[in-house]
Design a protein around this ligand. Sequence first.
Ligand SMILES: Nc1ncnc2c1ncn2[C@@H]1O[C@H](COP(=O)(O)OP(=O)(O)O)[C@@H](O)[C@H]1O
Ligand SMILES: O=P(O)(O)O[C@H]1O[C@H](CO)[C@@H](O[C@H]2O[C@H](CO)[C@@H](O)[C@H](O)[C@H]2O)[C@H](O)[C@H]1O
Length: 455
Amino acid sequence: MADTVTRSGTTSPGLLASLDPLLREWLPRQRWFAGKGRPVTGFSLVTATELLPPLGRLGLYHLLVRAHQPGSAGDCYQLLIGVREALPPRLAPALIGHVASGPLTGRTVYDALYDTRPAELLLEALRTRARIGALRCDRDPGQEIRAGLVPRLMTAEQSNSSLVYGDTFILKLLRRVVPGVNPDLELPLALAREGCPRVPAPTAWMHADVDDDTYVVGVLQPFVQGATDGWELALRELAKGEDFVAEARALGRATAEVHGALARALPTATLGAAQIQPLVDGMVVRLDAAARAVPALRPYAPALRTAFSALADLAAEGHTWTAQRVHGDLHLGQCLRAPSGQWSLIDFEGEPARPLAERRMPQPAVRDVAGMLRSFDYAASCADPPVPGWAHACRSAYCAGYAEVSGTDPRTDPVLLRALETDKAVYEVVYEARHRPDWLSVPLSAIHRLAADLP
Ligand SMILES: Nc1ncnc2c1ncn2[C@@H]1O[C@H](COP(=O)(O)OP(=O)(O)O)[C@@H](O)[C@H]1O
Ligand SMILES: O=P(O)(O)O[C@H]1O[C@H](CO)[C@@H](O[C@H]2O[C@H](CO)[C@@H](O)[C@H](O)[C@H]2O)[C@H](O)[C@H]1O
């Protein structure tokens, strides 16, 4: 690969100027674009690496670009831009546009993740630990990567983009990137070191080095073949009127296994009043912001605040909690069930909208439990006709499974659980209002229950 790759630089400024009008139109339409609802007013280049020169049939650029928007410094996105004379019909969905000015005038540019050759180049770069321009690949020497695996782009609704190679590996290319240690690589690596089998161990990874900053831009891991995610499975069982108790219990056990391994692998902390107060303050700030953004939440805000103040009160009385690294955005869709029945947890990025430093802070492990409990509630809300008691049975089984492995039933700390479930439901209200307004009633019905402090 090295001989087909040249370090970029000279063409980059002209390159971005010529892409600018096309990206302004294309970027906001992408599922993974985080700045929805605000116009993109321009771009600046963070780094550009020419992977294939645009002289032949196919040119290829790896870019990190900052998209400027009113009211923020602008998020940085990873783009893999292909350049061709014209797009074959199979690449029509990848079209970004036709360049009207600058060094690529007259050429067609497109999202190269849809294209076989660029996807192959990425795997080859990881396999060979390539260093190309800003890109630096590394891999686990203990795992073999066979050359020549056939790539396909996943079509699932995602916050990032993933390529599957021969049903053997999956490469997640992070779209919105921030400099620093990314928990989506950090935690699976730590779990692999602990020998935890509940999380696919990273096989290889790619960084972009820009001045003093390092961005994690891609993580390759074994593909769990024939897996079904917990959300799909739960909906399937609900549609048949079947309970999900055995799976919920297995998920509780899997979550506790992962928590145990994370607590062994990475620092833990004790949270007393001094540490709980900022945590509670954060919950209140998020609630207030959510109530400003979503008017339907406002009538519940005073009652919801009592869930948070009760936690602060308990801390003031001298109660302490253990904090550790957690998944941070655990829900049924982040759990994969292999045909063997084994569960794996994926996507350790945390809630994407939160600052990285916050996502990497030790927290009560019950935060993940609260996420899963909310998820059973979500699934039950989708059932038509409703299956009475389904969510309650799953929630109980999940907590019981968690207790079997960890020795602690999350329900024995109802104040913490209610605060964290409330915080999650508030997050979901904002998430749904922003991304899926038709679903807003799902977290709002939980808000109604939590505000009344009902089980
Ligand atoms: N190791 C894996 N094996 C099989 N499928 C996977 C694996 N990792 C992710 N997936 C699939 O890819 C989808 C997206 O992965 P995820 O890490 O959640 O990405 P995102 O952060 O973009 O949401 C998952 O919902 C799952 O269907
Ligand atoms: O998987 P992501 O990291 O992109 O997570 C985001 O999207 C999720 C929806 O796809 C969202 O999850 C919410 O909806 C799920 C059902 O679709 C439900 O199972 C979850 O419990 C609920 O929170 C997640 O909150 C968001 O961060």
